[in-house]
Write a protein that binds this ligand. Structure first.
Ligand code: SF4
Length: 234
């Protein structure tokens, strides 16, 4: 498993917990609005420092008394063959585990749920399913896999959320279509789009597209709450 960044203490990445956060390298999507190009594009990933899973585990052991959670994000963590074994070691330290995923690997997700290796899953719904190619940057149809992952979460996850970043070009009507499609899920989170300082989008031209602001999302979330428990996380 290639790990590139670690944040030892976060109060915002794992709801209700103080968590360490680790970023994996590699992704099977190419969302044009993604600002983690160095984790996604192999030509940029080459320049990243490599952090071994062993080093993370050793440091987690030292800090376990100050943490009660561990979040793994990316990139796309489920691409890594050794993810389950790594998370088993993390769980062995007494930490609850949160997985961030794009939902395209339902078989891996099913295995993690089966083994009780994840306590919370945040699954990104990038766009209304018919608009996935535009918002994921890949032509192959991943929507069946994403829907399978959503069904798995509904049936078997201890806790989870679906979330949509209000990416440039997503309109209120698009988010309403998503909310309709995921009716019945436990939690639907809307996130305003932003680009951290010094970061560039995978497709820089998307920065000029309009995007929904936080206030609009809050009013949208209130309306959508009739369909699905919906909140904004800014
Ligand atoms: S935003 Fe898209 S391209 Fe970027 S890491 Fe997430 S799934 Fe991969």
């Amino acid at each position: 498993m290639q790990l590139a960044h670690v944040q030892w203490e976060s109060f915002i990445d794992f709801p209700g917990r103080v968590a360490a956060v680790v970023w994996t390298v590699g992704c099977n999507l190419r969302c044009p609005f993604c600002y983690n190009g160095e984790l996604v594009l192999p030509r940029l990933a080459k320049a990243l420092p490599e952090i071994s899973p062993e080093r993370i585990l050793a440091q987690l052991k030292e800090r376990a008394g100050f943490l009660d959670g561990f979040a793994i994000t990316g990139g796309e963590p489920t691409l890594h063959q050794d993810l389950a074994d790594f998370l088993a070691e993390v769980k062995g330290l007494g930490l609850a585990v949160k997985l961030d995923t794009n939902g395209t690997n339902p078989d891996v997700l099913a295995g993690l749920l089966e083994r009780g290796l994840v306590d919370y899953v945040a699954l990104d719904v990038k766009a209304p399913f018919p608009r996935y190619p535009e918002f994921t940057g890949v032509d192959r149809d991943v929507t069946g896999a994403v829907q399978e992952s959503i069904a798995l979460l509904r049936e078997r996850a201890p806790d989870y959320e679906l979330r949509t970043t209000a990416a440039p070009g997503l309109a209120e009507a698009d988010i309403e279509v998503i909310a309709q499609a995921v009716r019945g899920v436990k939690r639907y989170v809307l996130q305003p789009f932003f680009v951290p300082q010094g970061k560039e989008l995978i497709d820089p031209s998307w920065a000029a597209r309009p995007h929904l602001d936080e206030e609009t999302l809050r009013s949208l979330a209130r309306r959508l709450s009739a369909l699905v428990p919906c909140q904004v996380r800014a």
